[in-house]
Design a protein around this ligand. Sequence first.
Ligand code: SF4
Ligand code: SF4
Length: 223
Amino acid sequence: MRKNVDLNEISDGRKYRSADMVKAGCHDCKDCSSCCQEMGESILLEPYDIYMLQGNLHVGFETLLKREAALGMEDGVILPHIRMDDKERCPFLDENERCSIHAFRPGLCRLFPLGRVYEEDGFYYILQVHECPKPNKTKVKIQKWMGVPSFGEYETYVLKWHNLIKYLQEDAKEIGEELLRTRNLYFLNLFYVYPFHTGEDFYPQFYARMKEFISKTGISFPV
Ligand code: SF4
Ligand code: SF4
C-alpha cells in the first residue's frame, strides 16, 4: 500500500479482516488483464513468492532475475519486483492475456484490488475502488480470495516481513553507505538468492533465516 494516501479517496472507507466478505470478485478477470500491465516496479516479490515460483517453475532466483524479475531500491532496502516487458506487460501474461502462473502468482497479485493498511501491531484490508474496472463485482471472503493455505500463518508472516522492511528502511537513514551496501547484499542473498527447500514447509525456513539475519547484523528487531 502506497504511503500518504487518503483512504477515503481510494477505498470504500471500510476496514476488512480475513473472514469478512468484500465486493472484489471480478468474474474470473474475463477479457481483462489491466492490472497485469503498466505496473512499473510496483509488484514487489517477497520470500514466499520466490519459494512458490522456485517450486513451480523449477528455477532459482538468479534465473528469475535474468528473465521476469529485477532489483529495485525501496527507501534504502533492496527489493525485487516483477519486470514489465518492453510493452509494459507482465512477462507472465500468456498469449491469451491470462496469467500463466495463476496458481502460484505473487501475493500482491492475489491481493488486488484489495490493499493492506498496516497499524502498530497488525493490519486490515481495504477495497480499492478505482483500481479494477470490472463492473458488478461479487462478494468474496477475503481468505478465500487470497487462496493461500494456512492463512493465519501466512498473515503472521506478512506482518513480520512488513515490519522487518519498515525497520530496515528506518535504520537505513541512520547507517553509513558501506554498511548499508553490505547489509543489503546479505539481505538479498539470505531471503532471495539462497534456494528454499520447496518440498518443505516455507515458514520454518523463513523464520530460521530471519533469526540468522537478526543475529548476524545485530539489529534489535524481535523475531
Ligand atoms: S483489473 Fe480487475 S478484472 Fe482486470 S485483471 Fe485486474 S483484477 Fe482482473
Ligand atoms: S504474475 Fe500474473 S497476476 Fe501477477 S501481474 Fe503477472 S500476469 Fe498478472
